[in-house]
Design a protein around this ligand. Structure first.
Ligand code: FMN
Length: 186
């Protein structure tokens, strides 16, 4: 029998009413039973500064331990100026250090980007993938997930109201489950 896998979900937006957080919640709801998704918060992380490597802030240490303990990482992010939001880049940098002790290395990953705009955060999605190559996070290639017009997909309570998107997100999570089984620790 396949074992349960823990998936850390990193949401690239700090906004209270974030569309991407709603997408992350929908992904958790639609994921196969053997994947356990939980959002790992990044808003509390002090900005990375290499001077802190000798005496790291408690928030960095807790975040690194949380990432080390997980089986896989799912990034759900908006696009800021055609790239990754600063808070998300900071979390990536915090998790990657001290040098040689990256918490990310070897964890299977997947990237979803969502935007009210038509190209669904394509720029952020691919800038993030560039970092993941260096961090040795094997990122699922297909299906790609650029969720455009994302402000129209949820009702006032945050519930996903678009059937096509629901089916797509469900199939995305099934593909990610197979990716984790193939690339993750056995
Ligand atoms: C600083 C900033 C830069 C932005 N740049 C982009 C962009 O390059 N592409 C895009 O599609 N949307 C851009 N947006 C709009 C975001 O897609 C929009 O605010 C979206 O709701 C953010 O996701 P969230 O709801 O999860 O916070 C930008 C927003 C901000 C605040």
């Amino acid at each position: 029998m396949e074992k349960t896998r823990n998936v850390a979900v990193i949401v690239g937006s700090l906004r209270k009413d974030s569309i991407n957080r709603k997408v992350a919640n929908a992904l958790a709801e639609l994921s196969p039973a053997r994947l356990e998704l939980s959002i790992v918060e990044i808003a509390q992380l002090p900005i990375y500064n290499q001077d802190g490597d000798d005496k790291p802030p408690a928030e960095w240490t807790a975040f690194r331990e949380r990432i080390r303990a997980t089986d896989a990482i799912l990034f759900v992010t908006p696009e800021h100026n055609r790239s990754v939001p600063a808070a998300l880049k900071n979390a990536i940098d915090v998790g990657s250090r001290p040098y040689g002790k990256s918490a990310w290395s070897g964890k299977p990953g997947a990237v979803v980007s969502a935007s009210p705009g038509g190209i669904g955060g394509f720029g952020a999605n691919h800038h993030l993938r560039q970092s993941l190559v260096f961090l040795n996070v094997p990122a699922m290639a297909q299906p790609e997930a650029y969720i455009g017009g994302a402000d129209k997909l949820f009702d006032a309570s945050g519930k996903l109201i678009n059937d096509g998107t629901r089916k797509f997100l469900e199939s995305f999570m099934h593909a990610f489950e197979a990716w984790i089984a193939a690339k993750g620790r056995q």
